[in-house]
Design a protein around this ligand. Sequence first.
Ligand code: KIV
Length: 319
Amino acid sequence: MNFELRMNESRKQVLIYSFKIYSFKVQNYHSLIHNSKLKPYLGRKFEKMSVHKKFKRITTHALQAMKARGERISMLTVYDYSMAKILDAGGVDVLLVGDSASNVMAGHETTLPITLNQMIYHASSVVRAVERALVVVDLPFGNYQGSSRKALASTVRIMKESGAHAVKMEGGKEIQESIERVLSAGVPVMGHLGLTPQSIYKFGTYTVRAKEEVEAERLIKDAKLLQKVGCFAIVLEKIPAELGKQVSEMLDIPTIGIGGGQHTDGQVLVTHDMLGITKDFHPRFLRRYANLFDTIKEAVEQYATDVKNRDFPNEKEQY
Ligand code: KIV
């Protein structure tokens, strides 16, 4: 065998060995997944890669269908990954990354100070956790009022940088151009009428809106307009139940109430309020489903006591 022939022979051997090692790895990887306790965890990755998800995602069309068949829509606010995991597992249809993060997360008195970057940070944390719910993000104050170009630019950043599915804007006729421009880019828009917290300094108070005929008529007109331009749903905040009923019956798109009475097509609450993490907020529309402030406080008190008493960690809780 001459030198060249010997070299070709050894290349062939190297190739055969490489292929054998590769097959061995592939086989073992599959048997690792199928036979081991790791399967449920590794499976998640495949689920994400697969077209067939464990849950069917909620879409704006699904919400429309829910309204058509009289099924109520559940929506909650959320601002972080861990809570989003829990709420999604709990089966909530819509998760709103609300600008109420400004109050609940940052401790501001109003929703006005929160920035676009901060909303994107919250939204991207939520999106990473969610498998089923529709994720809607509030456009923060100053990012859509008076400039439809700014509205679109802000929306594009939210959609690209967070991976959310839709945006919400507060107002009616006065923000029509912004809504239309965002919709024309293919981004679903949720409206918000009634008590719109970004206008709190115009209202001067957080009391019920549209109790008087003139304001109620304007709200009805705005609701019709939002449907006409193409919003997929409208939040109705703190309005008389009768008006909530009238608007919900009048529209084909779903209404989501917060203090909007029992006849809206869905309900939304601020999660920290309904779980009793916040304590000093008692509007009539709020139902508390837990008292987590006290539950967490008691757990923390016990932990602090255990540390002081040298009870934690014990022998089993160390290496
Ligand atoms: O930001 C928010 O939490 C909201 C809800 C009150 C609907 O807009």
